[in-house]
Design a binder for this molecule. Structure first.
Ligand SMILES: [Fe+2]
Length: 385
């Protein structure tokens, strides 16, 4: 087994090509990469391609038209380059699957055949970009089910799609059914859930179901860790209805030293929680590459101080909403030991081995990582490069 020092030396010297150097002592099935994308909001110009049935009486019409414009502009060229770079890396590393964190499409079609076409076009474009036959998993996001008839159209597609892809990975039949499904991939347990579920018990059960798993991953579109935004409650376990079970999920994740992977906020965020139960890490991925590249080099890492966890959102809220935020914050705040929060966007790569779970962040369409985050390793300190 490689020593911790050897690993750091290797990764620090050449983080992007760790596996190309050879993780010589790892068996192939215990040492793998995952290509990761945050929200992609696939859409196209002009609006009539997917939004010709859009209901203009929608009270959010102005905001949503602005989103269509943003997406069309993003997918004209930039996000295609981002996808191409992610695909190049997927071919250069021992990548076992593509993982997209939900809101894969924009939705807002208000017409079932159009919603389905948006999904099919998106999946087909992603499939074409990545190496042939690469398994592909995506988790349900709010945009995936947004619009008239969209929820059932998405579930018809997603549950059979996820069942097929997860079965390929598991080497056994997986029946993927929301709100929660899970499967073994080699030594690891992967749990996927609908982040808007108000019953956290099945999520807890799935996390606690596999004592023998090496690593436990929870994939949820909306983060579990409270986020730095006014809509902080719109997440897995947010809001009063989850008050009773939220601490139980926190405990279950901590006891298993789980890794939570999420999207939704359009922020790139890393949070390491340590507590009396153990601890867990959450990484939120952002692939919404808006016009300006939110660069780490230009001060877009707007918070890296764990003592300031929650301060940004607290500054945006007042009255009852602020009180409520503080009450939900209190579960998380004392245990936050590392915190990184940025508007930077790009693509990601997860490297999984016996010793470590590492997330690499590639800004925009870069193929050299801007930063790496240790989501799990034996001597957790500050391992960023
Ligand atoms: Fe979302």
């Amino acid at each position: 087994m490689r020593s911790r020092r050897d690993f750091i030396k290797s990764a620090g010297a050449s983080a992007g090509v760790f596996f190309l150097e050879g993780c010589v002592s790892c068996r192939v099935d215990r040492c793998y990469s995952v290509a990761v994308l945050g929200d992609t909001h696939y859409d196209a110009e002009p609006e009539s391609v997917y939004h010709s049935h859009y209901d203009e009486s929608n009270k959010w019409a102005a905001v949503q038209h602005e989103e269509f414009r943003r997406n069309g502009e993003m997918w004209r060229e930039r996000c295609r380059r981002l996808l191409a770079s992610s695909a190049v890396l997927a071919g250069a590393h021992p990548t076992r699957f593509l993982l997209q964190m939900g809101d894969i499409i924009q939705g807002d079609c208000d017409d079932v055949p159009t919603h389905r076409r948006m999904l099919d076009d998106c999946i087909s474009m992603f499939r074409t970009a990545y190496p042939a036959d690469l398994p592909f998993l995506t988790v349900m996001g709010n945009h995936d089910v947004r619009g008239k008839g969209a929820r059932s159209a998405y579930l018809d597609f997603a549950e059979s799609f996820a069942s097929r892809e997860a079965s390929r990975l598991a080497g056994a039949r997986v029946a993927a059914k929301y709100p929660v499904f899970s499967f073994r991939f080699g030594p690891d347990r992967w749990v996927f859930c609908d982040f808007e579920t108000q019953d956290l018990q099945p999520v807890i059960d799935a996390i606690e179901s596999d004592d023998g798993a090496r690593h436990v991953f929870l994939v949820t579109h909306g983060p579990f860790t409270i986020s730095e935004e006014q809509s902080y409650a719109w997440r897995l376990g947010g809001g009063k209805k989850c008050d009773a079970l939220r601490p139980r999920l926190y405990e279950a994740l901590s006891r298993r030293r789980a890794v939570v992977l999420s999207g939704h906020t359009h922020l790139t965020t890393f949070c390491r929680h340590e507590n009396a139960f153990g601890g867990f890490c959450e990484f939120t991925a952002n692939s919404v590459w808006k016009k300006e590249l939110a660069s780490l080099a230009t001060g877009e890492a707007f918070c890296e101080d764990p003592s300031l966890f929650g301060a940004t959102a607290a500054g945006l809220l007042e009255g009852e909403k602020l009180d409520r935020f503080k009450s939900e914050l209190e579960l998380f705040r004392p245990g936050v030991k590392e915190y990184f929060n940025s508007r930077a966007a790009g693509h990601f790569r997860l490297d999984v081995s016996d010793e470590d779970v590492i997330m690499f962040f590639y800004q925009g369409a870069d193929t050299v990582p801007a930063r790496r985050f240790a989501l799990k390793h034996p001597a957790i300190e500050n391992p960023w490069i």
